[in-house]
Design a protein around this ligand. Structure first.
Ligand code: HEM
Length: 449
């Protein structure tokens, strides 16, 4: 029994069948050979895309020459109404300036300060789940709630029950339902002349979410001005000046950034946590080991993190099998030659953590769940060369360190109190939405230890 993997499509299908499959789900629309290929080309009347699945090529695109492969504007289509000019979408000098202001908030030393807020979110989750103990529970919903709580507590020092936080969370869910955020335009670019229509509801939802975030941000700006603002991520980011220009974010720019922190910070962690719980339900012996290790939480301060080693290895393995961001798209700014193939200017370059993490020519037993692999030669080599759940290079996820504390900590807190059991007939099918989700949710039985 190996962890769930979507069935691949047959090798040869017509373009229209491919597009139809694609609309349904990016992962199952791909042929099996991509798990072995170093590179693949998708050629259609409108566009050319190249999937690169070889560490050297990925290095070129993400690490060595990132300026020659900016983020593809096409991926922004679905996100623009909500995210404006967030760091996730910008390129060039604007992006560089934004990262200079954001990055210091996520540096090692600062992360330590987020621990109490994360721990409080974990405790609140345990208290909520106690009420559902003994029942069968859908965990994507649960982990979304927990991860959103973590973001609000670390960013603005308010719990998810806070009036505005709760509204943002709610409205965001309906935005997601209206506008699947990973637009197929990203991978299968539509011709430029085709108008991009966002429904009125989508636009209204985005506007409402931004108005709520604007209130949180304006309130915080006032507190900072008066003195006495809490020492959290929002205060840190809003008081940091760009060392090169001396300018910080104005309120509008800060709204854009908060929107992406909320989105990137909770969707991804929620996906990772839900899949990890499913994997642990498949392998109860790992669950017991983690529960034992979690006794270290008797001293709940930051130093405990260095003792939650198994939890970290399990979380890392879950990020390999179910990378929350399954694919990333860049655009070639000039003509390239990859593996003796011409890649014309303007081509879409797709980097797929999903396929790289299961690259059959690199990983031993790529489809198996084995958290001990990180201690093996093959695991260590692949971790360096073929493991990019947080991307790599200058555009690497600024929240990577944050997520690697949040994930193992929350897992340990949950496992200390509960067991998670499989439910007959409820095998999740991975599909790529904005993040890798299960087609019909992740259902598990929750039992108090
Ligand atoms: C398990 C959790 C997470 C995973 C797997 C993850 C993964 C990623 C990946 C792959 C990217 C690059 C996307 C691309 O280039 O297209 C990214 C970017 C980003 N992430 Fe994360 N992330 C996680 C958690 C977080 C958290 C907790 C935060 C903030 C609190 C965050 C904030 C961001 C931001 C702002 C960007 C845009 C960076 C840029 O383009 O310069 N992420 N993340």
């Amino acid at each position: 029994m190996t962890p769930p993997k979507p069935t691949s499509r047959p090798d040869k299908v017509s373009l229209w069948r491919y597009l139809r499959l694609f609309r349904k789900d990016i992962l199952s629309a791909q042929p099996h050979r991509l798990y072995r290929a170093w590179m693949a080309e998708f050629r259609t009347p409108f566009f050319r895309s190249y999937l690169v699945n070889q560490p050297e090529l990925i290095d070129t695109v993400l690490k060595k020459r990132p300026d020659d492969f900016p983020k593809s504007n096409r991926i922004s289509e679905g996100l623009r109404p909500l995210l404006g000019d967030s760091v996730f979408l910008t390129n060039g000098d604007t992006w560089k300036r934004q990262r200079r202001i954001i990055d210091p908030a996520f540096e090692g030393g600062r992360l330590k300060d987020t621990f109490p807020a994360m721990h409080a979110a974990g405790q609140a989750a345990v208290d909520r789940l106690r009420l559902q103990s003994g029942g069968v529970v859908e965990f994507e919903e649960v982990t979304s709630h927990i991860a959103a709580d973590v973001i609000f507590r670390t960013l603005f020092s308010v719990p998810i029950e806070h009036e505005i936080a709760a509204q943002v969370f709610d409205k965001f869910r309906s935005y997601q339902r209206e506008q699947p955020i990973l637009n197929i335009a990203a991978f299968v670019p539509l011709p430029k002349w085709l108008p991009r229509l966002h429904s009125r509801r989508t636009k209204k939802n985005a506007k409402d979410i931004r108005a709520l975030i604007q209130r949180l941000t304006a309130d915080r700006a006032e507190l900072i001005a008066r003195g006495g603002a809490p020492d959290d991520l929002a205060t840190k980011i809003m008081t940091t000046r760009d060392p090169e220009t001396g300018r910080g974010f104005d309120t509008q720019e800060m709204v854009d950034q908060v929107a992406i922190f909320f989105l990137a910070g909770h969707e991804t962690s929620a996906s990772a946590l839900a899949w990890t719980l499913y994997l642990l339900a498949m392998y109860p012996e790992w669950q017991d080991s983690l529960a034992e290790e979690a006794a270290a939480l008797d001293t709940p301060d930051f130093s405990v993190m260095s003792r939650l080693k198994l939890s970290r290895d399990v979380f890392r393995e879950a990020l390999r099998l179910y990378p929350p961001v399954p694919m990333m798209v860049r655009e070639a700014k000039c003509p390239e030659r990859f593996r003796n193939r011409d890649v014309p200017e303007g081509s879409q370059i797709v980097i797929s953590p999903w396929h790289l993490h299961r690259q059959e020519r690199l990983w031993e037993r790529p489809d198996e769940f084995d958290p001990t692999r990180w201690g093996t030669e093959n695991g260590k080599t692949c971790q360096r060369n073929a493991y990019i759940p947080f991307s790599t290079g200058s555009r690497v996820c600024p929240g990577a360190g944050f997520a690697m504390i949040e994930g193992p900590l929350l897992l340990s807190m949950l496992l200390r109190h509960f067991r998670f059991e499989l439910v007959a007939g409820q095998t999740p099918v991975p599909v790529a939405h904005l993040t890798v989700r299960s087609k019909d949710g992740i259902w598990l039985r929750l039992v108090e230890r």
